[in-house]
Design a protein around this ligand. Structure first.
Ligand code: HEC
Ligand code: HEC
Ligand code: HEC
Ligand code: HEC
Ligand code: HEC
Length: 218
């Protein structure tokens, strides 16, 4: 009897099956890349603000401490955004003719707060707390990048679960002495692992519990 299928179709079907497999793997890889891309995570995206406030000017230029404006970062879950009167402590006296500062003066005259657009914004089902991170020696720069070099605020890290967990699994790689939390240019030295492990003990960091779902989803 004559063959219906030529023997070469065996090879052909194998190639097609493998081809489909590779195509699916390729698509999954692409999806993973998109999920990590700035398009999804908003990393480095600058937002329109009522006033183009520069951390670079105010932090490295003038040397103002983070806590002057983000007053509650050490003792509350929320870091706090400065009120207009905080800006006016200085801008009632200096740069009083600046066009750029008109929205600040208007807000002060009318009592209507400036409406800053949020740059970092976790979904509502995630619990986050600044004060505990500050208490346990996690530096602002570890999560927010070199804020002191940013002319305009942008998000430095993805803030995805994977990113939080990378530290919660091994905090010794990241923690620093508490007194350096606000220091932007502090860099870990080569003995970070030893120092980190010492601090994990000293600050009583409960490493075993830090990856429990209920820590962040409560
Ligand atoms: C003179 C006041 C001032 C000082 C000092 C200051 N900030 Fe800010 N910060 C602001 C204002 C105003 C905003 C909101 C506008 C914006 O996002 O640019 C802000 C926004 C931020 C945001 C983003 C908030 C969001 O919407 O997600 C972070 C993170 C931040 N500051 C970190 C820091 C750190 C770290 C320091 C110290 C190194 C610091 N800031 C010092 C005034 C200040
Ligand atoms: C401790 C004093 C101080 C505080 C508080 C302060 N600023 Fe300033 N700001 C300055 C100084 C000084 C300059 C000029 C810096 C420079 O050009 O080197 C300046 C410059 C600026 C400029 C640029 C103005 C221009 O025309 O170039 C803007 C915008 C600004 N500040 C916004 C703000 C806002 C918004 C706040 C409140 C969140 C604030 N500042 C709080 C001292 C301050
Ligand atoms: C462990 C990582 C981490 C550290 C350390 C950290 N932040 Fe944040 N910060 C975040 C996250 C995440 C958000 C967004 C919170 C949200 O959406 O609820 C945020 C938001 C902010 C905001 C916006 C207001 C708010 O509270 O939501 C400011 C301002 C801020 N951080 C300043 C600081 C300063 C100043 C420090 C250093 C003392 C600091 N952060 C340390 C992760 C961190
Ligand atoms: C660079 C390290 C680091 C990163 C990044 C980090 N954390 Fe943490 N986190 C810690 C440390 C250290 C503690 C303190 C643990 C302890 O005291 O046992 C902590 C504690 C917490 C707690 C416990 C608070 C409490 O009241 O018990 C929550 C919630 C939390 N982190 C949420 C987050 C979330 C959400 C993210 C990501 C957006 C994040 N963390 C990113 C280091 C980090
Ligand atoms: C250290 C904090 C932290 C811990 C611990 C944690 N998560 Fe999350 N989780 C997050 C953050 C932050 C997001 C938001 C991610 C985003 O916005 O992309 C998230 C998002 C999620 C989502 C939504 C889908 C997604 O991936 O965005 C699910 C489901 C989830 N977490 C389940 C869990 C489970 C199950 C556990 C325990 C095994 C857990 N999480 C532990 C921080 C945490």
């Amino acid at each position: 009897m004559a063959q219906i299928f030529h023997p070469s179709t065996n090879t052909l079907s194998r190639v097609t099956i493998f081809g489909a497999l590779f195509l699916i793997i390729g698509l999954l890889w692409l999806l993973a890349q998109i999920n990590r891309s700035p398009y999804v995570t908003d990393v480095n995206v600058v937002r329109a603000q009522p006033v183009p406030f520069s951390h670079q000017h105010h932090v490295s230029g003038i040397g103002i401490d983070c806590r002057y404006c983000h007053k509650s970062v050490e003792n509350s879950s929320f870091a706090g955004i400065p009120s207009t009167s905080t800006c006016m402590n200085c801008h009632a006296h200096i740069w009083t003719n600046s066009e750029m500062l008109e929205p600040v003066r208007e807000s002060f005259r009318t009592g209507r707060p400036l409406r800053w657009t949020r740059v970092h914004d976790l979904p509502d089902f995630v619990y986050f707390n600044h004060s505990i991170h500050v208490q346990k020696g996690v530096g602002c720069v570890t999560c927010h990048g070199r804020v002191d070099l940013m002319p305009l605020m942008r998000q430095a890290e993805s803030l995805q679960m994977e990113w939080c967990l990378a530290c919660h699994r091994a905090p010794a790689r990241f923690v620093r002495p508490r007194e350096h939390v606000f220091q932007m240019d502090w860099v870990p030295s080569i003995d970070q692992q030893d120092l980190g492990e010492e601090l994990v003990r000293k600050y009583n960091i409960r490493v075993e519990q830090l990856t429990d779902c209920s820590i962040c989803h409560r």
